[in-house]
Design a protein around this ligand. Structure first.
Ligand SMILES: [Zn+2]
Ligand SMILES: [Zn+2]
Ligand SMILES: [Zn+2]
Length: 303
């Protein structure tokens, strides 16, 4: 059961006791910076506890349950015009439960790419999917889909959850004020002077809360030393986040220029826009090099 992240209050040990003894919710806690992780055993208790926290006017968010999330993989090597339904049928015949098949597109031109992303249910045979090397008589490579961006909440601007899972007070992405970003007074300001200064809701710095160069932005890229090449950054990221079932990346994968890596903001706002514009089909950033240069630039400034 994923934890409930409670915005730390000084008297939380008293609260914890009350949760257990008065509310009769079996709950343990672990401190983690400005949040306290609250662990309960059942989904029913998650519901009870979040309801209670809401009644107490406390800020919290719920981390998504990984067990319910689909396994995402990518298949490379199929012809660009392969019918997604055909891939679905083939994998279904191999006893996989396919939820969705997407074909990647280039970010800017929207051109289709010969890379297919598959969402699969967690069936007992799921790890075998990485062993597939042929599909529809084509030699293919199956890889884990690695999302390198961190989900940021549209409502409170902290990470790892969506606004639907959020029990925090709203914070504006632009000015850090206690209002939803859509209601920012800056949107209706008649002159520049009337506008509130841009302020980060997470670090207080002079940038929007979605700025990836924010010192609080939880991104593995931040550990990269300035001037490192894109390939080495990507490789490091792969090493850092992959849980490749075959036990580490092959040499081929490590040395291949990761042109098709996805570099795109996954803030909820951009996701929504994407859903509207392209029917939710994942896109891939075309200008990878430029992008990384700018990321490197930000990194240099940070360090
Ligand atoms: Zn939130
Ligand atoms: Zn605002
Ligand atoms: Zn910041």
């Amino acid at each position: 059961m994923p934890p409930i992240m409670l915005r730390r209050i000084a008297e939380y040990p008293v609260l914890l006791k009350r949760i257990n003894t008065v509310q009769k919710i079996k709950c343990t806690a672990k401190e983690t910076g400005e949040f306290v992780k609250l662990f309960v055993d059942t989904t029913d208790d998650v519901r009870k506890l979040t309801k209670y926290l809401e009644e107490q006017n406390l800020e919290y968010y719920v981390i998504s349950d990984k067990a319910e999330k689909p396994v995402k993989i990518v298949i490379k090597g199929l012809p660009i015009n392969t019918d997604v339904e055909e891939i679905k049928n083939e994998l279904t015949q191999l006893d996989y439960q396919v939820q969705k098949v997407n074909q990647f597109r280039k970010f800017k031109t929207k051109e289709l790419l010969p890379i297919f992303q598959i969402h699969l249910s967690k069936t007992p045979n799921i790890q075998d999917i990485y062993k597939i090397d042929q599909l529809m008589y084509m030699v293919v490579r199956v890889e884990k889909y690695v999302n390198k961006t961190v989900r940021q909440c549209y409502k409170c601007q902290t990470w790892q959850h969506t606004s639907q899972q959020c029990g925090m007070k709203p914070k504006c992405v632009i000015c850090a004020g206690q209002h939803e970003s859509l209601n920012c007074p800056n949107k209706v300001a008649k002159s520049e002077e009337e506008k509130l200064p841009v302020k980060c809701a997470n670090c207080g710095g002079p940038h929007t809360a979605s700025y990836k160069g924010c010192p609080k932005y939880p991104k593995i890229d931040r550990k990269v030393t300035p001037g490192a090449s894109y390939a080495s950054i990507a490789q490091r990221n792969n090493n850092a986040v992959t849980d490749n079932p075959r036990g580490g990346k092959s040499k081929q994968e490590g040395s291949r220029p990761p042109r098709d890596q996805e570099i795109r903001s996954e803030q909820e706002t951009s996701r929504r826009a994407e859903g509207v514009n392209s029917g939710g089909i994942p896109t891939i950033e075309g200008g990878v090099q430029n992008n990384m240069l700018s990321i490197n630039g930000k990194l240099c400034k940070l360090i």
